[in-house]
Design a protein around this ligand. Structure first.
Ligand SMILES: [Zn+2]
Length: 372
């Protein structure tokens, strides 16, 4: 499912009779003033500061940001046993003092954090590979808004090919970049995370990666859009696929910092809050409370990875017959060994029942590639 952003927006404009493009150029950061004290995630505030809050361009729903906002397209990515495991390249950039001392964390701690990230995404068939770099630049070690742009420009590593994660001292917050943000695949995309939120067992990174793979907060439709607007999500919303976080399987909830369902009523519908998914990674519960993403959230991640972020993915190739992560001479030997036979094994790449020229052509086409 490959749509270019341009094509999709053109299609969208035709269908809706109006453009969902947020035309405003990104503005310089003013979002820090909007960040409530104690809130660990600044993704939405920063996004709104740059692109504006959602406009009601469509009746009965939030603005569309791409094809993965279409529930039919999303549902085609519902995760099951047949879903390919998508492997995302990442780069973790740790800042140190200019003389190389006092790096904010160690390579071992980065490795441990990435183990945790992989554990949290494993049920959803998404994996992360990482490389770690240490940046000797004391001025960027302590995060400052005005330094974000030059810091990323100087230290982002292959942003078209990998999700960059900048570990700095932010005094307690982190933010990611949505895949529909024009910056997503540039140096200005990626994640900035406070060192105190980063390390073995920490799950704030899971939350920020969720944003980068296309997830809104579970409370988006209540606490981050205008009250009772077209994007607003009420309890028992029958239009949950098109309101709030665009996932009908994450119930409407106000922002909630507790590991428990919220009390009280929705001020728009006057309905009581029902059972909410307060253990969801995309809420604001304490991180010990996090346990899951919903099936529709997982499907959104796969869809956005496939549609926009595919250049971050380590290619999946059945041509890597011996699964050693590269299509090489060993795979060719296996295929040639079966040539002309009808094995039920992995060498019949085109599934026509016999190992023949078609299979050989496929393998040679991928020869020399890295794979997962
Ligand atoms: Zn967030």
């Amino acid at each position: 499912m490959m749509f270019s952003r341009t094509v999709w927006l053109a299609v969208c404009g035709l269908v809706l009779g109006g453009s969902p493009v947020r035309a405003d150029e990104p503005t310089e950061a003013t979002w820090r003033a909007d960040l409530p004290a104690g809130q660990f995630c600044a993704t939405t505030e920063r996004y709104y500061a740059r692109y504006g809050p959602p406009e009601n361009v469509q009746r009965g729903g939030c603005p569309l940001d791409g094809p993965c906002d279409d529930p039919t397209i999303r549902d085609a990515y519902t995760v099951g046993e047949e879903t390919p495991i998508r492997v995302v390249r990442t780069q973790v950039i740790v800042f140190c003092r200019t003389n190389g001392s006092d790096c904010l964390t160690t390579a071992d701690d980065v490795d441990a954090q990435m183990v945790t990230l992989n554990e949290t995404f494993a049920p959803y068939r998404i994996k992360f590979e990482h490389e770690t770099s240490f940046a000797r630049r004391g001025t960027y070690r302590i995060y400052n808004d005005i330094d974000e742009r030059p810091m990323k420009n100087q230290y982002a590593v292959e942003p078209q090919r990998r999700l960059n994660i900048f570990v700095v001292d932010t005094t307690g917050f982190a933010f990611g970049t949505f895949p529909w943000d024009d910056d997503a695949l540039t140096a200005q995309g990626g994640i900035v995370i406070d060192v105190d939120l980063f390390g073995a067992g920490e799950t704030i990174l899971t939350h920020e990666v969720g944003h980068c793979l296309g997830l809104w907060h579970t409370h988006h439709g209540v606490s981050e859009v205008d009250r009772c607007s077209a994007c607003y999500e009420v309890p028992m919303d029958v239009n949950g696929d098109n309101t709030g976080d665009r996932c009908a399987d994450t119930p409407a909830t106000p922002v909630n910092f507790d590991c428990d369902r919220p009390g009280g009523r929705d001020s728009c519908s006057d309905l009581r809050w029902r059972q909410t998914d307060y253990e969801n990674y995309m809420g604001y519960a304490p991180s010990f409370c996090y346990t899951r993403l919903s099936p529709q959230q997982a499907a959104r991640c796969h869809c956005w990875l496939d549609d926009v972020l595919w250049s971050w993915l380590v290619p999946y190739c059945p041509e890597d017959i011996n699964a050693d992560r590269a299509v090489d001479i060993a795979d060719l030997a296996r295929l040639l060994n079966d040539f002309g036979t009808a094995p039920s094994g992995p060498t019949d790449l085109d599934g026509d029942g016999v190992v023949g020229l078609g299979d050989l052509a496929r393998l040679l086409n991928r020869f020399g590639q890295e794979c997962h």
